[in-house]
Structures are given as structure tokens and as C-alpha cells.
Design a protein around this ligand. Structure first.
Ligand code: 4FV
Length: 249
């Protein structure tokens, strides 16, 4: 997988690429990651990359020529890559989209600034528009790094313990179960005994129960059109019986 980020602030992205999991994945040559400075494709001695809006109004728009030059150069390097524009008008980014993008040969991210980019770039060069949320950022760089971060950990070999991405509940559409580490007691709060029992079946059951109840309490929207597994239904019915018993007494 190749990640290429097109931006007028390459240092921001290079700082992110030089740390943590992405850095390890690059060093292990599982992925390649680079930032390309859009300004390197701007003409004129001032190499401007933005200009005022046709039709008037405040704010600036990123010019098409430097963007076209940067995208073409990036595609020359990785022709199979999908060109992704980060924008509030894009399709919502979530774990399923991250999984989908992790199967691509490569991803080229176009980071807008100011009011955005000239529409003709969207028409002629962009394969996919993605939004990380319904709010307006000052630039697409943070959004590109969010997407890279969620995608890179789904690439086989990047996360330690080969299958841990699959095992994690969010990949199953539930909120993660509670997590504990040493010490066994902290501020008079003890780690649940089942987790110290070594009984893996009981531990898996406890983890499923706690992630189901946390999802019910914190993100009930995730349960709405969920196709529950048999053991999940069993757990939910037991709760209903417990609650029925409470209100019955
Ligand atoms: C954004 C988002 C976002 C809009 C104008 C960059 C900014 C500026 N990108 N998800 N939300 N982009 O706010 O992806 O050019």
C-alpha cells in the first residue's frame, strides 16, 4: 500500500509519518508514505496555489493547475492509486470505509485549504470524496492523517498479533469492552476477577457482555439495525429477564 498526501504543508504530514505505527510500517516496508508539496507544481516566481473566487465572495480557492500537476506526478509514481479528496461534502468516513480503502493498491489524498479546490479538479481527477465529520477544518491534512491512521492498522502485518484488527469489537460494530492492566487494584478499584481467572471462555463471555452493554448505554445507534449473533441475543434476553424481574418485584 502506498500513501501519498498532496498538501501545501508537507512538514505537517511528514511529522506524522515519522512517528508511531506508520513509521514502523514504513521501516518494515509494508507500506510507503510520502507528502508532495502542491506548491512545487505552481507556476510563476511566486508559485501561487490559490486565487479569489469567480462570482465574488470572500475567501480563496485552490487553483486547478498546481493540483493537476501534483496529482499527475503522484499517479505517475503509483498509477493504481485511488485519488481521494477530503471534504465536508464527501461520504462519511467509518470503519467499513477504512476496511474498503485498506484493500486499495495505493491512496493519493488531496488536501484542500481555504474554501476548497477548483471544481474542475473534482470533475476530472478525483475518484472518491470522503468526510471525517460534519464540521469545517482549516485544511484537509488532519482529515488525510485520520484516514491514513485508520487504514494503515488494517493492513496485514502492521498491527502486532496478526489478527487483532479483526478481533477488535469496533470491527464488529460494537463499542470496545473495558480494558485493564496492572496493578490489579488502583484507588481501591479492583480489576474484575474474571480477567484474572485465566478462564478464556469466561473472559470472552465477559468481554462480549461488557461491550454489548457499553454499546447499549453509549452508542445505542450502533445496535439499531444490527444483525445480532445467537450469543448476543441470549445475553440481551437475559438482561430483559433481569430487568423484568426487578420491575416485577
Ligand atoms: C474536511 C472534513 C474539511 C474544508 C475547507 C478544508 C476543509 C478546507 N475534510 N472532512 N470535515 N475540510 O473540513 O474532510 O479547504
Amino acid at each position: 500500500m502506498d500513501f501519498t498526501v498532496l498538501t501545501i504543508f508537507p512538514e505537517m504530514v511528514e511529522a506524522y509519518f515519522s512517528e508511531g505505527m506508520i513509521r514502523k510500517a514504513v521501516d518494515a516496508e509494508i507500506v510507503s508514505a510520502a507528502a508532495i508539496n502542491i506548491r512545487d507544481f505552481a507556476n510563476g516566481k511566486h508559485r501561487i496555489t490559490d486565487d479569489k473566487l469567480y462570482g465574488g465572495g470572500c475567501g480563496m480557492v485552490m487553483k486547478p493547475e498546481p493540483l493537476a500537476g501534483a496529482i499527475t506526478a503522484a499517479k505517475r509514481k503509483t498509477p493504481e492509486s485511488r485519488v481521494v479528496y477530503l471534504t465536508p461534502q464527501g461520504r462519511p468516513f467509518d470503519q467499513a470505509v477504512a476496511q474498503e480503502l485498506s484493500e486499495a493498491e495505493g491512496l493519493i489524498f488531496v488536501c484542500g485549504r481555504y474554501e476548497g479546490i477548483d471544481e474542475r479538479i473534482c470533475q476530472q481527477y478525483i475518484d472518491d470524496e470522503i468526510s471525517i465529520g460534519d464540521y469545517v477544518l482549516t485544511g484537509g491534512e488532519l482529515a488525510a492523517m485520520v484516514v491514513v491512521d485508520a487504514v494503515v492498522r488494517l493492513i496485514p502485518g502492521v498491527l502486532g498479533g496478526e489478527d487483532s484488527a479483526e478481533k477488535e469489537t469496533f470491527s464488529k460494530g460494537l463499542v470496545e469492552h473495558a480494558q485493564y492492566t496492572r496493578p490489579p487494584s488502583f484507588n481501591d478499584l479492583d480489576v474484575p476477577a474474571v480477567l484474572l481467572s485465566g478462564n478464556h471462555a469466561a473472559i470472552e463471555q465477559w468481554r462480549l457482555e461488557t461491550s454489548l452493554i457499553r454499546t447499549f448505554l453509549k452508542r445505542p445507534d450502533l445496535l439499531e439495525d444490527r444483525d445480532f449473533r445467537k450469543e448476543e441475543k441470549k445475553i440481551l434476553r437475559e438482561w430483559c429477564q433481569k430487568i423484568e424481574k426487578i420491575i416485577a418485584d
